[in-house]
Design a protein around this ligand. Structure first.
Ligand code: SF4
Ligand code: SF4
Length: 85
């Protein structure tokens, strides 16, 4: 499972990705020491559909693995977590 992340060095604030996200997970924010607004991902809303990333003209959105899920699965594989039906 993945979630979107914005590379703020590449993002130019064009807003293209905002309309492409059906989950309202992207907003423009003003970051410290940045003249332009930048896209930011609300990770509570992002489901990792990857609709935004290929359409960014700056290639400024990358999909990254969900660390918590990976850690959960690693612990489960190691026998530290038992899942019951
Ligand atoms: S489409 Fe890319 S460059 Fe445009 S606001 Fe979104 S992340 Fe930034
Ligand atoms: S991956 Fe999907 S849900 Fe997440 S920000 Fe991009 S378009 Fe929205």
């Amino acid at each position: 499972m993945f979630q979107a992340q914005v590379d703020t060095d590449l993002c130019d604030g064009c807003q293209d990705c905002i309309d492409l996200c059906y989950f309202d997970a992207i907003a423009l924010v003003r970051l410290p020491k940045q003249k332009r607004m930048k896209a930011a991902i609300d990770l509570d809303r992002c489901c990792g559909c990857n609709n935004c990333s290929p359409s960014c003209p700056q290639e400024g959105i990358i999909m990254v693995p969900i660390r918590e899920l990976e850690e959960f699965l690693l612990k489960q594989q190691a026998g530290a977590i038992t899942v019951t039906a």
